[in-house]
Ligand binder design. Structure first.
Ligand code: CP3
Length: 644
């Protein structure tokens, strides 16, 4: 379990023992290699000079970068002046705290910062926060520096017209005994280390400083090609990058315990992937997930076909119950949010390398048994001439909704092959995805896509959609037929591009009665599913109305997706055992405690009772507020509890 006896190097100094204990508790063999020693500046001339200038009204803004540094600064000043006097001095200026630690240090002096820089509080965040809340042009700014100076920050401030004074209060040096660090360098260079954990940029710099002085930096850098590198957060990752390496994993929030726990959980797969890449000639110092290559196509196909997910689709026995989650790539993930901060959603969908990267990222972080291509059900509307936009906070908006027979006639007749970027994303993903992980293609079902086209966005009562349906069956059928032809072509092209299975999302069909489903939806769904290339498994998912299940089965699909409002055992009994089932966990269960999540997973596994043909999933997509840790807890729980 966990690290499974693998060797985990950490560069911690003050917290070396704590880190070693964390690693050991997760089943790893810790190797501590301290890289730093703190040197308090006893008679800190700069600190005193700073205080005197502060008291004389010589500063407008004081930037406090670290908690330890702020405390050290106070201590140095207190060798000559009272704490009260120092606090008074700070009260007269704009104080800027980079994150919660300087805030805590200020609180000890009875102060509150004027400006707080939010997480992840890199030097860029400091600058953008100042730009927004307290521009520094023409201001006299003091920067408390702790350890290494931060030239980018200083330059950024100067570039904005500030007069900057650096106040170094503390410094890092190399440890007196370099023995353990040199030993770690030999182990990494010699291929005897599996993981390396960095919790600061200085650790990376000191490590290479020693290696360069010893003439071992080249061998160390080569050795790192086969080591899985964990980084506590973006600042440490920048430091790792500056040494010519790349962090393979960052936890969602910057805590030592989280870094160790996550790598213990998923690090084995990452390490295997990195070493396979290296052996395949890929430069693992600069790779992206999409650069991965796994070898011969015939073997790849065999491994995919033999996976737990594909077996479940065929209702064959598997070693465990496979799990993947709808919306497994999305806003609940830090990596996704960071990428989305730089790329609008539609651009992300339309850039194959990025869509593939996000698809692969979700599988890596979750440990899921299937990937689902990153795209959206509404993309098919664009080539038809529907004007689609994803606006912030509101979801999809369609500026020219389809409300009448004339509107339907105006839609362009398309084959589904227009969405080349989705097929390219599938090809890139399939090449880079682990062979034993199937890739799911998808589309919205005609009713759900039509509901967006007709309403012009999301809806509560579907009055325009049902209105068209009831008022003008001819126009409704024409719309559904057009969508059905398009979606058939689109899904078959996805299969040709590498999708191992396809899912139809009929997310909103539950607003219909069984009779209306039978009259207005079922014939189209049946034609669509019958038109898909066999034997690719079809997953047919709907929500909201358990009474539709038998009719959905009649329409087709190898796997029927259930929401959480039905009992899985009842639903499967009604559907019959000639079909597989998927889903059923309430997405809100992810907001419960890990113990409750495990209990809920067990409950659903009990309902499936080990019958072949069960794929674990949520009853609908993961919500943006879900905790990535809880999602991982669920995946692990399903694997553990279902192991046969
Ligand atoms: O499951 C995955 O990880 C693959 C990607 C995927 C997305 N949308 C990405 C997405 C899939 C399978 C979908 C399907 C989808 N899209 C459905 C059916 C599934 C469901 O949830 O019922 C529906 C109804 C849509 C339409 C849609 N797309 C809406 C209503 C919204 C906005 C509201 C919301 O939930 O975010 C989207 C945007 C969207 N699609 C996002 C993602 C990751 C969020 C966009 C962002 O980054 O801001």
């Amino acid at each position: 379990m966990g690290f499974d006896g693998r060797r985990v190097v950490s560069f911690e100094s003050r917290r070396a023992q704590e880190m070693a204990d964390l690693v050991a508790r997760q089943g790893g063999a810790p190797l501590s290699a301290p890289t730093m020693r703190e040197i308090p500046v006893e008679q800190n001339a700069e600190a005193l000079a700073f205080a005197e200038r502060l008291f004389g009204g010589g500063f407008d803004v004081v930037l406090l970068l670290t908690g330890v540094g702020t405390r050290m600064l106070a201590k140095a000043v207190e060798t000559k002046y009272s704490r009260e006097r120092f606090a008074e001095g700070l009260k007269g200026v704009v104080t800027v705290a980079r994150g919660p630690k300087p805030v805590a240090a200020l609180r000890e002096m009875g102060l509150k910062p004027t400006v707080l820089v939010p997480e992840p509080n890199t030097w860029r965040d400091v600058l953008t926060t100042l730009d927004r809340q307290s521009p520094v042009a023409g201001k006299r700014v003091a920067v408390q520096e702790y350890g290494q100076p931060n030239p980018e920050l200083i330059e950024g401030l100067k570039g904005r017209g500030a007069e900057v004074t650096a106040v170094p209060v503390y410094q890092w040096a190399l440890p007196e005994d370099l023995g353990p660090l040199r030993h770690a360098i030999r182990e990494i260079a010699g291929g005897r280390a599996d993981f390396a954990l960095f919790t600061s940029a200085t650790q990376a710099r000191h490590l290479f400083q020693v290696a360069e002085a010893d003439g071992t930096a080249g061998a160390l850098r080569e050795g790192f090609r086969r080591v899985c590198i964990g980084s506590i957060g973006p600042i440490a990752s920048e430091g790792i990058l500056a040494e010519g390496l790349k962090a393979d994993y960052e936890p969602d929030s910057p805590h030592m315990g989280e870094l160790v726990r996550d790598l213990a959980r998923r690090g084995g797969d990452l390490l295997h992937k990195k070493r396979t890449a290296h052996e395949g000639g890929i430069d693992t110092h600069g790779w992206r997930r999409v650069d991965m290559a796994w070898g011969a196509e015939a073997e790849r196909r065999a491994a995919t076909a033999d996976s737990a997910f594909m077996k479940a689709c065929r209702r064959e026995k598997a070693d465990y119950t496979p799990i993947w989650l709808m919306r497994q790539a999305g806003r609940y993930q830090r990596e996704y949010r960071e990428l989305r901060a730089t790329v609008p959603f539609l651009d992300l969908c339309k850039t194959p390398d990025l869509a593939a990267e996000v698809t692969l990222m979700a599988v890596d972080r979750l440990g899921a048994d299937a990937a689902i291509i990153f795209a959206d059900i509404l993309l098919v509307l664009e080539p038809m001439g529907v004007d689609l936009e994803f606006s912030k906070g509101e979801g999809p908006v369609i500026h020219n909704p389809v409300r009448t027979a004339q509107d339907v006639d105006r839609l362009r007749e398309v084959t589904g092959e227009e969405l080349g970027y989705v097929f390219e994303a599938l090809r890139v993903t399939r090449r880079a995805l682990r062979p034993d992980i199937p890739l799911i293609g998808f589309a919205g079902a005609p009713f759900t896509v039509a509901s967006y086209a007709v309403e012009g966005g999301g809806s509560r009562h579907y009055e325009h959609t049902k209105g068209l349906m009831y008022r003008d069956k001819g126009a409704w059928d024409a719309l559904m037929e057009r969508l059905t032809r398009l979606l058939t072509g689109y899904l078959n092209a996805q299969i040709a591009a590498g999708a191992d299975a396809v899912q139809l999302f009929d997310s909103w069909v539950g607003c219909l009665s069984p009779d209306d489903y039978a009259a207005f939806v079922l014939p189209h769904m049946k034609r669509l599913i019958d038109g898909l290339k066999k034997p690719t498994p079809v997953l047919h998912f709907g929500t909201g109305n358990p009474s539709l299940l038998e009719l959905m089965k009649q329409a087709g699909g190898d796997v029927i997706g259930l929401d959480w409002r039905v009992d899985l055992a009842d639903a499967w009994a009604r559907l019959g055992d000639d079909v597989a089932v998927m889903g059923n966990l309430d997405p809100i269960a992810l907001f419960a405690s890990p113990n409750e999540i495990r209990r809920q997973a067990q409950r659903i596994l009990d309902k499936a009772a080990g019958r072949p043909g069960h794929i674990f999933n949520l009853g609908h997509g993961i919500l943006p507020g879900a905790s990535p840790d809880h999602v991982a807890v669920l995946v692990d729980a399903v694997h553990e509890l279902s192991a046969r």
